[in-house]
Design a protein around this ligand. Structure first.
Ligand code: BES
Ligand code: MN
Ligand code: ZN
Length: 503
């Protein structure tokens, strides 16, 4: 899609379709009022007759309105004006985009980012309109032999702002939205690919491809390298698989040479059958999504590189399969991690923390300003928070706050869980420094506790995206979360640097 930011008079727009908002019950936005007047009150008489109520998601397409330079006008229901907050705004944007895409309109002028959303400026609205539009237009049909193509797909959308003075800022918001949407879409593609295609080696190839397209440097550690380093935990997970594990590092150096990097570590488990502690068969296909943390690291790196942000950002993706096999790790096995600490593997299905702990220790070499890991780590997190918020834990309050705020702005929200010391003893083992599971109570928290033992030397946060990385059921598919949150987090850090410059 091609986007542009414009300002101007609705009557004068020579466009195939103009779109404006109607609030419930039957209330015209200022732009629609203006159009109504120019066209002799046609819209107000339609509203009186009850053609459209203005409910969120309702739409009505009008043809050949007198006094208008455009061919058609799309009325878009926005729900109650008082309830028109971030979520409804994004739903409205998605609906308007899908309808325009299906009506054979090739270009559209949208007077929808002008609608007031409490506490949000036009930057926010442009960012989210475009991100919601791209989300709605996303298709994953690479593996279908017949693709259902729109006959005449929408190609250009002009988003209108209230005044010319907003055009410059709007343009920046547009570019950010396009970059972030690109990252989200990359993460969705990687997530949606099945385990037989998206293997650790495939992810490593994609990391090299990313380096070919953007100013990113990729390095991949092979199992032999990991052996030399002593990554006993990561390697134990990979034992049951015929696909070799990879440890992928992607470096984007957009900041000053001497500035400590932000490091993102993403779980890249390309298929999690549970290993010897095998999972039940129902919905096991969804464990192809167990690399979505890694995918979000790919997506965020691409988004940040596309925005050309002045920051040093490193992505680390430990990647493996977790399968049962004669050579697989077993319950009771004790392994030595890269940190030197030993782990008793009481459940081979708690493999995410095993590949992450070695990757997190590996991060020490980058002397990071902070490390954020992202993982589809625990089913317990889905029980605790459902599918709306990702779980957040960490050892640094400032970092936690930054992530919470970035999540709100990006509408990719997270909720903090406690990492109190009292939980740590659930990981006690009779045979090693710790067990890899802490029992059912607080399952997401004890997983966080496990990781905290490998991040003592760093400012660290952990995002459990088990409930948010993909949708199940009829709409099954990767969401691209939390690329929006992470991109906003990085943007926020860059703005902060900007603001403190010269002070
Ligand atoms: N990848 C799963 C977590 C998961 C399960 C995410 C279901 C989304 C939906 C992880 O590797 C896992 O299996 N975790 C176990 C941990 C348990 C054995 C302590 C779990 O959550 O059951
Ligand atoms: Mn597992
Ligand atoms: Zn897993």
């Amino acid at each position: 899609m091609e986007y542009s930011i414009k300002s101007g008079n609705p009557e004068k727009q020579r466009t195939a379709c103009l779109a404006g908002g109607i609030f419930e019950p039957r209330k015209m936005s200022p732009t629609i009022q203006q159009i109504d007047q120019a066209s002799g009150g046609i819209i107000s008489s339609m509203l009186r007759r009850g053609d459209i109520e203005g409910k969120l998601g309702q739409t009505l397409l009008l043809h050949n309105l007198p006094g208008m330079a455009c061919e058609r006008v799309l009325l878009v229901g926005c729900g109650r004006e008082k309830a028109f907050s971030e979520g409804p705004f994004r739903q409205m944007a998605a609906k308007a985009t899908s309808v325009l895409n299906e009506t054979g309109t090739m270009d559209a002028s949208l007077f929808l980012t002008e609608l007031p959303v409490k506490g949000r400026d036009s930057n926010w609205k442009i960012r989210h309109f475009i991100e919601a539009a791209e989300d709605a237009l996303y298709r994953f049909d690479q593996l279908k032999s017949e693709k259902d193509k729109e006959r005449r797909p929408l190609r250009r959308m002009a988003l209108f702002v209230n005044s010319r003075t907003e055009l410059g800022q709007g343009e920046i918001a547009l570019q950010q939205a396009v970059a972030i949407s690109g990252g989200i879409s990359l993460a969705r593609d990687l997530g949606n690919l099945p385990g037989n295609i998206c293997t650790p080696s495939y992810l490593a190839e994609q990391a090299h491809a990313l380096a070919g397209e953007w100013p990113i440097e990729t390095h991949v550690l092979e199992e032999a390298d990991m052996e030399k380093l002593g990554m006993g935990a990561l390697l134990s997970v990979s034992r049951g698989s015929r696909q070799p594990a990879k440890l992928i590092t992607m470096e984007y150096r957009g900041g000053p040479e001497d500035e400590a990097p932000v490091v993102l570590v993403g779980k890249g488990l390309t298929f999690d059958a549970g290993g010897i502690s095998i999972k039940p068969a129902a919905n096991m296909d969804e464990m192809k999504y167990d690399m979505c943390g890694g995918a979000s690291v790919f997506g965020t790196l691409q988004a940040v590189a596309a925005m050309g942000l002045p920051i040093n950002l490193i992505g680390v993706v430990p990647s493996s399969e977790n399968l049962p096999d004669g050579d697989a790790n077993k319950p009771g096995d004790v392994v030595t991690t890269l940190s030197g600490q030993t782990v008793e593997i009481l459940n081979t299905d708690a493999e995410g923390r095993l590949i992450l702990c070695d990757a997190l220790t590996y991060c020490e070499r980058f002397e990071p300003a902070m490390v954020v890991d992202i993982a589809t780590l625990t089913g317990a997190c889905v029980i605790a928070l459902g599918h709306h918020a990702s779980g957040l834990m960490g050892n640094n309050d400032k970092l936690i706050k930054e992530l919470l705020n970035a999540g709100v702005y990006a509408h990719d929200r997270v909720w903090q869980l406690p990492l109190w010391d009292e939980y740590q003893k659930q990981l006690d083992s009779n045979f090693a420094d710790m067990a890899n599971i802490g029992g059912r109570p607080g399952g997401s928290i004890t997983a966080g506790c496990f990781l905290s033992r490998y991040t003592k030397k760093m400012a660290w946060a952990h995002l459990d995206i088990a409930g948010t990385a993909w949708k199940t059921g009829k709409e099954k598919g990767a969401t691209g979360r939390p690329v929006g949150l992470l991109s906003q987090f990085i943007l926020g850090r860059c703005n902060r640097n900007e603001n403190t410059k010269g002070r």
